[in-house]
Design a protein around this ligand. Structure first.
Ligand SMILES: [Zn+2]
Length: 171
């Protein structure tokens, strides 16, 4: 069985062909609203980056938006940017609680990435977890203290177990 996910393109920024994904890192935007275009403007104009730092953004309605190309190193998790895909869910989950409207597409996207890169669901981690591994203690709460990371990874592992092929279609 095949499940097709719709993503809103195009990709932003250059193709540097320098990213080899082994992990999927989950972020929140730490803003109450926004989308890939507003983050792209912020990251380019305020931070001086080539494009939005994330590879994917999931907006408040659950739309999957394309950011950087997967083959381009990200700018989302120091020390992990050449070997991961960064997915950002819009919201500030220290204060809000993400709903299935965003979590289901996030889990489906993560499943697609796991399948394409041969990554297990154990390698779908939070930004906070990547910081723990790097620095010994978390520097941020990202993706937020209310974010149900275990629930998200359980959805991914269930998807993987069922053997459904997840495909991405760009509109
Ligand atoms: Zn983050």
């Amino acid at each position: 069985m095949i499940k097709t996910l719709t993503t809103v393109g195009p990709n932003l920024g250059p193709d540097w062909n320098n990213n080899q994904p082994e992990h999927i890192i989950i972020h929140h935007s730490a803003t109450f609203n926004g989308d890939v275009n507003s983050f792209d403007r912020y990251h380019r104009l305020q931070k001086g980056w080539v494009a939005v730092g994330y590879h994917y953004v999931i907006d408040k309605k659950g739309n999957i938006q394309l950011g950087r190309m997967e083959t381009t190193s990200g700018a989302h998790s120091v020390g992990w940017n050449n070997n991961s895909i960064g997915i950002c869910l819009v919201g500030h989950f220290d204060y809000e609680i993400p709903t299935d409207e965003q979590l289901i597409p996030a889990s489906s996207l993560a499943t697609n990435l796991c399948q394409r890169y041969g990554i297990t669901s154990l390698r779908v981690i939070s930004h906070k977890q990547s910081n723990i591994k790097r620095c010994g203690k978390p520097l941020k709460t990202c993706p937020g203290n209310n974010f149900p990371m275990n629930y998200l990874t359980s959805l991914v592992s269930k998807n993987m177990y069922k053997g459904i092929i997840y495909q991405l279609e760009v509109i």
